[in-house]
Design a protein around this ligand. Sequence first.
Ligand code: ZN
Length: 319
Amino acid sequence: MSSVTGIHHITAISGDAQENLNFYVGVLGLRLVKKSINQDAPDTYHLFFADAEGHPGTDITFFPWPGMPAGRLGPGVWGEVQLSIPEGTLDFWQARLTHHGLSVGEPELRFGEPTLPFADPHGMRLALVEAPLYEGFRFTPWEDSPIEADKQIRALAGVRLPEHNSTPTRNFLEGALGMQRLAEEAGWTRYGIGGGEAGRRVDLRDEQEAPSGRWGVGSVHHVAWRVNDEAHQSELRAKIVGEGVSPTPVIDRFWFKSVYVREPGGALFEVATDGPGFAVDEDPAHLGETLVLPPSFEVQRAQIEALLPPLGPPGNGGV
Ligand code: ZN
């Protein structure tokens, strides 16, 4: 394999943890598949929302940092995250989001696909897209979701990335990750794997005059891309090095192995293995119900639990 295979997960910065949980589970209907901590800031939760089984490509995760200033969309920071919904469900979703008081834009056609942009309760830019997923993509509906199985969000469809000068980023996507330029529309250039179906694409745009983006509440922290296993990851890591950028060593995240790299425009990428997955340290029937700590943090469990804010079951809406 000479390319990543699709989006693995996307991690973002949210405000209050309970509000974040209420929205992604109570309104969007995703499953909380892992409740853990930020391994670099153990007084902060790391919440993982996904399909019923936490398949790669379905997972959006958050560091709730309510004290942080709002992020700013702009060059060098990942922008809008698109979520894949089944064909014919955009009207249902528009009514649901509006009912819950979200800031919902007008439906639009992007690259021929019905798309509904909106913002989550903490200002993060999202869009729902009626778009086919790539062949072999695995999604399992969650039967306890407030959303009926045939309307549930199925995957991370894609993500936007503005740049001051996208040329080095384009070279990085092609040379290091094996993506191809697929289409252009309204100033956005789509890169992806295969046909660029939902789940394996990124849209770039040059915004030469815009102020640089800034991390903060409501912004994406990084986007992780799938590789099959550690051998595939090692191959991709060598290609990244060959492009003249410096990735981290392989880091064991327990549910997957990760390599991080900042692309030439400044956005943070991760390359993560498909396995072993979220069931490695929890019963698949009870994912996300208790606080899971990396083994090296277990001795500090009492102190860590005392520092974390209380987190109850998701309310219905929370907005
Ligand atoms: Zn990550």
